[in-house]
Design a binder for this molecule. Structure first.
Ligand code: PHB
Length: 404
């Protein structure tokens, strides 16, 4: 596997990616992508993920998971070598159309993998979702619209819709006996949609959301919001933050003296991949998500051991999503024996795919969104420990998708 990496990427990220690739055939660097005469062309995978800013950890974990899966399969897709063209999304929605066009028209990638951010996902889907364009696999961004009104035959999602992990979370809060809650999240697609989903199940179960606090993305200035929560005295708080912002929020929440008084809930992104950095502030937080560290299945045990061996760190849900994206690419390219032009046949194989994921068994809905179990987890000594299954094989409602 080789990689061409576009600037701007911080030197640290570049080195991080290089280190991540070091166990594979070639170290990541900017390499020419001409093909030796007689050699079969490499499969080109365009990656648009964040390698800087508050979601940098997510982008790196997804990339690492994807590379691990392909390495396990001998570094090839459908018998062909693989080449990555990596672009740092910088979490910029305005730059998303240009970045997407560059990967499609200039780089002529066979597949697109990305993004993390819901706003970028919607911008990408508007461009990608038409005949003739590459197959896109979303390895994180939950934008409901991507497998709703913007769904398309060449767009698949291996991660979640924003509704999926959040909806069961509202009921968990009600089942714990809480009657009132405040929701707090970054003000953009992901936060808005997750809070709406959590609120609907909480209120269906008899609870009442007394205030919906929206924080500009990606601000981490939470003091005024925390004072407001302290004054409102709800029974519980339901929150969405992720990556660097989640570290800050959970620590600030505890430092403000709220942790023991008003329990925090939310989709598991709140603690996922960051609970070690959050330390004592994260202990005991209950969240819902499509993964738990200690899921007792053979795929998860092998995956976590392989990830640790290759990268020297613990896996998280984002690396699982990257890993499963690799599995779906393998299914697509094996079905056509490496003929990446045979898109219809690849899509048919992807639609039928059943993957024994580290998260448990997954498949794909008519809208091309992943169907999966949702778990209740609790942070114990920095680990996301399984407490139970709150939704079995949950499919997104896919409202507005004409494929569904
Ligand atoms: C999103 O923008 O869709 C998003 C970002 C980070 C997460 C989850 C969802 O952890």
């Amino acid at each position: 596997m080789t990689a061409k990496i576009y600037e701007p990427m911080s030197r640290r990220t570049l080195l991080g990616t290089a280190a991540a690739t070091a166990g594979l055939a070639t170290a990541a660097s900017i390499v020419p992508f001409g093909v030796a005469i007689g050699a079969q062309a490499k499969v080109r995978i365009g990656i648009l993920l964040p390698y800087s800013g508050t979601y940098a950890m997510l982008g790196n974990a997804i990339t690492d998971g994807l590379k691990l899966r392909l390495a396990e399969a001998g570094g090839k897709l459908g018998g062909r070598d693989v080449e990555f063209v990596i672009v740092d999304s910088q979490m910029s929605v305005p730059k998303a159309p240009q970045n997407t066009q560059k990967l499609i028209a200039k780089e002529k990638v066979d597949f697109l993998v990305g993004p993390v951010h819901s706003g970028i996902a919607a911008a990408m889907a508007k461009i990608v979702g038409r005949a003739g364009n590459p197959i896109m696999i979303v390895p994180n961004a939950g934008s409901n619209a991507v497998t709703g009104p913007l769904c398309a035959s060449n767009i698949f999602r291996t991660s979640f819709s924003n509704w999926q992990p959040a909806y069961p979370g509202g009921k968990v809060m009600a089942d714990d006996g809480h009657k009132t809650a405040v929701t707090i999240a970054w003000k953009y697609g992901a936060g808005i949609q997750m809070m709406a989903a959590g609120k609907s199940s909480f209120e269906k179960a008899g609870g009442k959301v007394v205030k919906d606090i929206q924080v500009p993305f990606p601000s981490v200035e939470f003091q005024a919001n925390l004072s407001e929560i302290a004054a409102l005295k709800p029974d519980a708080v339901f929150a969405f933050f992720s990556g660097g912002g989640a570290v800050k929020f959970v620590k600030d929440y505890a430092a403000a003296g709220l942790k023991e008084k008003i329990p925090l809930y939310g989709p598991g992104f709140l603690t996922e991949g960051v609970s070690m950095a959050q330390g004592a502030a994260a202990e005991g937080i209950k969240t819902t998500l499509h993964y738990a560290d200690n899921l007792d299945n053979a795929a998860n045990k092998a995956f976590r051991a392989g990830y640790k061996k290759m990268y020297g760190k613990e896996a998280n849900v984002f690396s699982v999503q990257g890993y499963d994206t690799g599995s779906l690419l393998l299914i697509a390219m094996d079905a056509v024996k490496g003929d990446s032009g045979a898109k219809k046949a690849m899509i048919a194989a992807m639609e039928k795919a059943k993957i024994a994921s580290p998260r448990g068994d997954i498949s794909f809905s008519a809208a091309h969104n992943v169907v999966q179990d949702i778990y209740l987890r609790k942070v114990v000594k920095g680990h996301q420990n399984l407490m139970g299954v709150v939704a079995k094989q949950l499919a997104d409602p896919a409202r507005g998708c004409r494929l569904a």
